[in-house]
Unconditional design. Structure first.
Ligand code: NAP
Length: 237
């Protein structure tokens, strides 16, 4: 959240953090979201996950006005993404991965892509963005049989399992593009899901942790915020 505030402030975005206190309930958070939805001065709302255990994240995310959904996690916006006609705000981390592919001119159309992880915030929207960009996509998870074999088929391998160092060179086709989404604190150090030193021997492209997908996620959140703000002004001006 510190980095999001820092980047937003540097860009001239008015950033307001609403801290949840210990006694907060789903209903009290829903009231806050309703106030922010109704406020003409608010262009974008981000629900920082995970929420405290007593608060239902699905109800909170669903309560956000889809037109102020900075994360693109509202079911309406995820549904639009699934239909192949995405709204203005795309889920930040997967959008950041797509931007990395675009920036480094990695061919996506027709490529074989494998995503490890099927969470609603990373794995699933990642797969949707890739398939919308005409990749042939396989989603893997903890029950996948022969994970290394499936990963070795990938021209693009996106790893979002939250298992530090689990992907080594035996998972990677020579020349493949490997995007490491994982971020786990191990003895105070931020670790990715990819064994960097092993995979760099075979991969054509490899994103580092830290300094890879993380900053891209924040950049995409800012892009979403700008797009939502512009859209609201077009409607109200
Ligand atoms: P999550 O909700 O815990 O989902 C993890 C996914 O990985 C699940 O689908 C799980 O399968 C799968 N998985 C776990 N262990 C596996 C294994 N051994 N083999 C195959 N699949 C396995 O996590 P998340 O929220 O998607 O986040 C994933 C990672 O990305 C975390 O390290 C998180 O901190 C990081 N992250 C980074 C950013 C960033 O900006 N850089 C943003 C978001 C998340 P099942 O569904 O079968 O359980």
């Amino acid at each position: 959240m510190r980095n999001k505030r820092r980047v937003a402030t540097a860009l001239g975005i008015d950033f307001n953090l609403h801290h949840l206190s210990a006694g907060e309930t789903t209903d009290s958070v829903l009231e806050l979201v309703a106030r922010l939805n109704a406020s003409p001065g608010v262009d974008a709302i981000l629900v920082q996950l995970p929420l405290p255990v007593l608060i239902d994240p699905a109800r909170v995310i669903e309560a956000v006005d889809p037109g102020k959904d900075a994360d693109g996690f509202h079911p309406l916006n995820i549904g639009r993404l699934a239909e192949g006609r995405p709204g203005l705000a795309l889920p930040g981390t997967p959008a950041g991965c797509m931007e990395l592919l675009r920036h480094y001119a990695v061919p996506v159309s027709g490529a074989r892509a494998v995503v490890i992880g099927r969470s609603t915030i990373v794995g699933r929207p990642m797969a949707l963005l890739l398939v919308n960009a005409n990749a042939t996509v396989t989603i893997c998870h903890s029950r996948t049989v022969d994970l290394p074999g499936i990963c070795r088929e990938a021209d693009i391998l996106v790893v979002a399992a939250g298992r530090p160092g689990m992907v080594d060179s035996t998972y990677v086709k020579p020349g493949a593009c490997v995007i490491d989404v994982g971020t786990t604190l191990v003895e105070g150090k931020l670790c990715g899901d990819v064994d960097f030193d092993s995979v760099r021997q075979v991969a054509g492209h490899l994103s580092p942790v830290p300094g890879g997908v993380g900053p891209m996620t924040i950049a995409m959140l800012m892009r979403n915020t700008l797009a939502l703000a512009r859209a609201r002004r077009v409607i109200t001006d």
